[in-house]
Write a protein that binds this ligand. Structure first.
Ligand code: C2E
Ligand code: MG
Ligand code: MG
Ligand code: MG
Length: 291
């Protein structure tokens, strides 16, 4: 009996594993054609100065409109892109698309906007990232100062090779930000060695401020660390005015999150941005006419 039961169990697991493997293969197959089929899109999420609310930049987030299906979750398909190496061509596409859009907006009379692009560990390890970035800057006409690269702490673990790579990147004039700061492996000495410009406080530490004393302590400590290292500090995932207030009172520079705006299509972002610019110029005019 036990033997039979054991056999059933094995069968059960293998059916399940099989289904999982099938789904995964299907996903991989679809992802291989997604770029040429034009199924990827960028979502744009603004960042703003936490005090004035003025837009300081935007982060692009990859979206995949699977043929005949709903939009896929980035956390899942980006992992598959990384594991298969497809992140190399797709990551380049993200850079190109972001740069092209910023230059197009500038040509349409909008101000320069700094765009933040997320990178995968693989893009640091494989291929020539410095060359890719400089080619993208050159062909698009995007000034290097308008490009920010978001890396995670674990990507800084690669030793000297990474150190050289990141030095070459910052020598190009692009900005470097540490994403999800506080969640990864973190040796603070790396911050000094890597020419980092910005720390992004992870959303998980922002979510329960200002009600959770531990999250308050962590958020405040990250802000203090950034300020004493003269780094810009951005809070991600800010959803409520209370969170913004708390972060502002504790010296955070910028914020990003649903309170400001959800990630938007390029068109919707442009409309939203123009509205913000109008409001800001209105405020300045009012200010200027005060006695
Ligand atoms: P991330 O870079 O930390 O991006 C922030 C994530 O938080 C985004 O999720 C964004 O939609 C979400 N978010 C922003 N504001 C709020 C908020 O107020 N509340 C909540 N609950 N969530 C908020 P998304 O778009 O699902 O992206 C997930 C992750 O996928 C990103 O995390 C990033 O690590 C990765 N990713 C996205 N696009 C790319 C890409 O082009 N290349 C690479 N390598 N990774 C990417
Ligand atoms: Mg990011
Ligand atoms: Mg983040
Ligand atoms: Mg995060």
């Amino acid at each position: 009996r036990a033997k039979e039961l054991g056999r059933d169990q094995v069968q059960f697991y293998s059916v399940e594993l099989n289904e999982q493997a099938q789904r995964r293969l299907q996903l991989e197959g679809e992802l291989r054609h997604a770029l040429e089929r034009g199924e990827f899109e960028l979502a744009w999420q603004p960042k703003a100065d936490i005090q004035s609310g003025h837009i300081s930049g935007a982060e692009v987030l990859l979206r995949w409109q699977r043929a005949g299906q709903s939009v896929a979750t980035p956390d899942v398909f980006i992992r598959v892109l990384e594991e298969t190496g497809l992140i190399m061509p797709v990551g380049r596409w993200v850079l190109e698309q972001a740069a092209r859009q910023i230059v197009a907006w500038r040509r349409a009379g909008l101000p320069w906007l700094r765009v933040a692009v997320n990178l995968s560990a693989r893009q640091l390890r494989q291929g020539d990232l410095v060359r890719t970035v400089s080619e993208v800057l050159e062909t698009s006409g995007l000034p290097s100062a308008q490009l920010e690269l978001e890396l995670t702490e674990s990507m800084l673990m690669g030793g000297e090779q990474h150190q050289r790579l990141l030095h070459r990147l910052s020598a190009l004039g692009v900005q470097l930000a540490i994403d999800d700061f506080g969640t990864g492996w973190s040796s603070l000495s790396y911050l000094k060695r890597f020419n980092v410009d910005t720390l992004k406080i992870d959303r998980s530490f922002v979510r329960d401020t200002p009600h959770d004393p531990e999250d308050n302590a962590i958020a405040t400590a990250v802000i203090a660390l950034a300020r004493s290292l003269k780094l810009r500090v951005v809070a991600e995932g800010v959803e409520t005015p209370e969170q913004r207030r708390f972060l502002l009172d504790n010296g955070c520079d910028e914020f990003q999150g649903w309170l400001l705006s959800r990630p938007l299509s390029a068109r919707a972002f442009e409309a939203w941005w123009r509205q913000q610019l109008l409001l800001a110029s209105g405020a300045e005019v009012e200010h200027a006419t005060l006695p």
